[in-house]
Design a binder for this molecule. Sequence first.
Ligand code: IMP
Length: 203
Amino acid sequence: MPQKILLATRNAHKTLEVRAILGSGWNVVDLLGRPNLPEVDETGLTFADNAALKALAGSKNFPGGWVLADDSGLEVDALGGAPGVRSARYSGPGADDESNRQFLARELQRVVGPTYAQPQTARFRCAIAIAWDGEMAKQFDGTVEGTVVHPARGEGGFGYDPVFVPAGYRETFAELPAEVKNTLSHRGEAMRKAAEFLRKIAA
Ligand code: IMP
């Protein structure tokens, strides 16, 4: 009988990625099934701080169960590490994936100049926090190095996937199959560490 774990997110893409990585031993539910729970203000200065805020807030509403939260984002060297923890809301109020990608292109154009569309070194980072009964149990992280490219390419994934090429590949994350992205990605790396921890618990 799979154990239940609450993934403290309303991002269905993340839930799919986490389900694929954790496998059949875990019944992953997310906050889409709990519309009454308030959004958590991501006021932390680091991905780890924000993951902890989300895991602990979720855990208050999930007594006696495991809660996993992640916080992730893109760091572009030419932009001093931006968008960083502001990745999801980079273009301002009402931001969505498309507006964030357009804003990133404009920012690069402003800072780098006419060569902005050439590959710019960048990385995705992911921090994961696992909580139980309102207490932090464990934290993990993962990183994938690569470059930001323009114009955007590919239909898969979400967020900045169509403009991110992982190191050693020519395709963007949005062009690569989901299984390949999962083996390379920041979230994949952090989730495999988390899954190892959870497997020991379930055993
Ligand atoms: P979070 O939900 O607060 O972790 O926000 C993460 C934001 O960073 C997302 O909305 C995306 O814009 C970006 N991001 C994080 N992980 C990925 C990824 O795997 N692919 C593309 N964009 C990502």
